[in-house]
Design a protein. Sequence first.
Lengths: 262, 262
Amino acid sequence: MAKAYERIADELRQSIRAGELKPGDRLPSETKLAEDHRRSVPTIRDALRLLQDEGLIEKQHGRGNFVRKPRTRVLRTNLRHQWEKDRARETEAERQQTGATEHDTGLGVNDLVFYAAYREIKASEEIAKALGVPEGTPLLERTYRTRYAAENAPFNLVTSYLVRSLVESNPDLLDETKEPWPGGTQNQLYTVGIEVGRVEELVSARPPTPEEAEELELPPGTSVLVLRKTTFDVNDRVVDVSDVTLPGDRTEMLFTTPLERW
Amino acid sequence: MAKAYERIADELRQSIRAGELKPGDRLPSETKLAEDHRRSVPTIRDALRLLQDEGLIEKQHGRGNFVRKPRTRVLRTNLRHQWEKDRARETEAERQQTGATEHDTGLGVNDLVFYAAYREIKASEEIAKALGVPEGTPLLERTYRTRYAAENAPFNLVTSYLVRSLVESNPDLLDETKEPWPGGTQNQLYTVGIEVGRVEELVSARPPTPEEAEELELPPGTSVLVLRKTTFDVNDRVVDVSDVTLPGDRTEMLFTTPLERW
DNA sequence: TCAAAGAACTCCTAAAGAGGAGTTGAGGAG
DNA sequence: CTCCTCAACTCCTCTTTAGGAGTTCTTTGA
């Protein structure tokens, strides 16, 4: 005695799983489905929404409903921290010589990064806690975005926070026209005399805010993966916190743990 | 010129973010909201669904719509691999002495684990690829569930796969009444003479299947976090693959990367 | 006193209908 | 041939109306 819209969703789900409807295929129109199933259009729409929330179909206003193509991309995360540390003391010239980016960040050479300059802010309650400083401490904040060239789709959205007093020896900090610290966080911190001792990464998934949904071009019903990276110096003080927001429907994160031999 | 249901959702979202509506509070009933906003009930329901998909409210049939209480739980993942390896050669007695479970798995002593015995299966295409064996290779598969006692809520859902030929020296394997390998994967593998060299963990988020949604008691609109753990031996052969499925609305995963000193 | 029945609330499923808005392709004007 | 307009198709928003189903509290009857 299942509900009509669930039965219809089941039926379509079967067709998709069985491969009768392949990724990219257009489903019959809502009116067509309504006639076929002897149901009203709103009921059909209820069924389609279920499938949309499961990530099986994608609705396109004016065009139709389509079976979604799965596409995922792996982001290598923790393995690159040691690599980055090893290279922090290289000169710019040396870095250009070895310069592998693909392997380490998951970014390709054609991918686009949109930087924004650092802004001065006061620590909010949440971020103060993460940085281990009192609320209201002067911070530097910036957000940047990356677009993946091959798919012409947004790849991530990064916000990072630094304690102002720790890094003010860098003069390019508030200059909008310069990328003040090429070469990643580790290198950035090395230039102001900080040695990194440990990196913690906290991963969670949640529904996007409306702003994130727009920014990352997320279809309704998909969630975002959030990675909060906390960097500690060798004295175990927090020196950097950054939040990476990734589209949950096309990202995987890889963590590698090498173990010592017996 | 925003749409009515979006405007109403915005308004309610504001109230929640501003704290006028606190976690646990009941929202005005749908008919009440409809009267207040001079809109039809279905329009109100559209607005509420938006908020539900954002994880801000929870609908309860017959009771009302409520502001959700955030509750998350941290799962420490990669740091425990080395720890587990170090202890794999301890005897059962030694293990009971040191036996810390809380720190390492995120599990408390009162939490409930429901085991199922291993079943013999043939490797499917996907899982064969993950294990690096030909399709159809004899495998052992089992699924188990954990419930978190304090919240009386499901905590995870684990399916693990082993290559049959690697582990058949363990006699308790297919005995339903015994937990064949107390002490975790590393210990399990040690008993059949395998030394673990590396662990890879691939994290992704996706909408739950209808079965997972029921099993993990997920409210509509929330996704699951999936962690595929691949264990390699010291010769870099895959010896174990397991999928951990976690409720996205109440789980965070922590990865720690210690770095070498200069 | 106590349990069963019921009223009054809640959200859920389903219908039919009207107009809006985005997309596509056919046909005609230049 | 190229560009523009328009018709026809798509999904989207919103309404009104009806009954179903879960929850809670009050009333009623033993």
